[in-house]
Design a protein around this ligand. Structure first.
Ligand code: 6PG
Length: 478
């Protein structure tokens, strides 16, 4: 039975509405209420609505399962946050809301929506006289509850209406909030998409590091825990490294040993990393570390095929365990090297996408927001922020002298680790993608003259010359 409309819902007294009370929506609602705002939550799913209701006793929270009661409970002009699964569910909610909202009301989609959907929805809602914001939110369950990193985009004036609340609920680093308007239309969701692409690549690099240490170094879970924890005290300090260290220490509740050894090694994905690669290809901006991370998740999922291949391609490349200490030092360098190159690729995509889509992104602001609350937060982002604060239009982090110096110092470690991986047959495609990108990017000359010659040979596609201007074609067959 539908819960009867309570007296509260007849009075428009709530500051914010939250549609979608799954893990992220419920925790964000609680976070908002903790900051002194009143929140009305809406979910058609009784269990989800009840889960929030149980938390509502001491707080200024109301949970309803009827849309009109929800809309009626909100102060006008209304401000409603959506946290429903990306895709058709967002459109369905929007279409249900349009007839019951009033001109000037504001919707903020806080899910991982594709940026092109956000652009389309912005136009749709504008036609209906409503404001729409695409807001990237990162930090998972704990972040939503106690301080996420927030990446809003859309109409600036509409943003200003909810900015104090977003500021209040966001993560803080050295007293600065990890939230800031990023640009018009889908700018916020675009930045969140690239955040996730970087997230995929960093996770893949850590997984490759684990593979090398486990297989070539023979490290057990305790040693892995100790080493990753130690690295997390240095320049590699980051959320993903911290949780990776913790994962190795976690006992299994269901059987003896560590949980990590009982988890099926086939990765899943919701698609945001793939979207980053797809869009980077559309814009002709290389992000190979992200591409490889997506490809490796896909390859990991082809478990049956890999099983057959394993019986066919029998190679004996294992060798004696590498000395643990002499493996860990270059690997730490390799990881720092690859992390820098990964951020550089993601930021380069943002730089070019900002031009292509007219976002006007400030990359110093992006790095500032990413320093806390989000999944890719890392000590490194402070230095990245400093670079872009000085040179906002720098096309690549690799063109910053401070980072050039860092990479020159680190690349030898990366090379030695990759040689070992190749000799042992351990796949390290994300590391290789980072090193090859670096080696290609830092060169004046690449063998693309041959590509041009080939194109002209078989397709008369023409080429340019180094010694004179114009476009040339050669009759190669003669
Ligand atoms: C975040 C995460 C989050 C992400 C999922 C997992 O910033 O909090 O990036 O938004 O979507 O945690 O994504 P996959 O299922 O694609 O790995």
């Amino acid at each position: 039975m539908e819960k009867p409309t309570s007296p509260e819902t007849r009075v428009a007294q709530y500051d914010f509405g939250m549609i979608g009370l799954g893990v992220m929506g419920r925790n964000l609602a609680l976070n908002i209420a903790d900051r002194g705002y009143s929140v009305v939550g809406f979910d058609k799913d009784q269990d989800k609505a009840q889960a929030l209701e149980q938390e509502s006793r001491q707080r200024n929270i109301l949970s309803v399962r009827e849309l009109r009661a929800f809309v009626g409970a909100l102060k006008t002009p209304r401000a409603i946050l959506l946290l429903v699964p990306a895709g058709p569910a967002v459109d369905a909610v929007i279409e249900e809301l349009i007839p019951v909202l009033s001109a000037g009301d504001l919707l903020a989609d806080c899910g991982n929506s594709h940026f092109s959907d956000t652009d389309r929805r912005t136009r749709r809602l504008e036609e209906a006289g409503l404001h729409f914001l695409g807001v990237g939110v990162s930090g998972g369950e704990a972040g939503a509850r106690f301080g996420p990193s927030i990446m809003p985009g859309g109409d600036r004036e509409a943003f200003e209406r909810i900015a104090p609340m977003l500021q209040a609920i966001s993560a803080k680093v050295n007293g600065e909030h990890c939230m800031g308007w990023l640009g018009p239309r889908s700018a916020g969701h675009y930045v969140k998409m690239v955040h996730n692409g970087i997230e995929y690549a960093l996770m893949q690099l850590l997984a490759e590091t684990y593979h090398l240490l486990k297989e070539a170094g023979g490290l057990d879970n305790d040693e892995l825990h100790a080493l990753f924890s130690r690295w997390n005290q240095g320049p590699l300090q980051s959320f993903l490294l911290e949780i990776t260290a913790a994962i190795f220490a976690r006992a299994d509740d269901l059987s003896p040993g560590r949980l990590i050894d009982r988890i099926k090694a086939s990765a899943k994905q919701k698609g945001t990393g793939m979207w980053t690669s797809q869009n980077a290809l559309d814009l002709h901006i290389p992000v190979p570390a992200i591409d490889m991370a997506v490809a490796q998740r896909d390859l990991s999922a082809l478990a049956d095929e890999r099983h057959i291949a394993n019986t066919l391609h029998t190679l004996h490349l294992s060798g004696d365990p590498a000395d643990k200490e002499s493996l860990s030092a270059p690997l730490e360098q390799a990881l720092e090297f690859a992390a820098i190159v990964t951020y550089a690729q993601g930021l380069s995509l943002l730089h070019h996408a900002s031009q292509a889509y007219g976002y006007g992104l400030q990359l110093a602001e992006v790095a500032r927001i990413w320093r806390g609350g989000c999944i890719i937060r890392a000590a490194l982002l402070e230095d990245i922020r400093a670079v872009y604060a000085n040179k906002p239009d720098l096309p690549s982090l690799l063109l910053a002298p401070a980072f050039a110096q860092k990479l020159i110092a680190l690349q030898a470690g990366a090379r030695s680790v990759l040689k070992l991986a190749i000799d042992r047959g351990i796949p390290v495609p994300a590391f290789m993608a980072c090193l090859s990108y670096y080696d290609a990017y830092r060169r004046d000359w690449l063998p693309a003259n041959l590509i041009q010659a080939q194109r002209d040979f078989f397709g008369a596609h023409t080429y340019e010359r180094t010694d004179r201007t114009g476009v040339f074609h050669t009759n190669w067959g003669q």
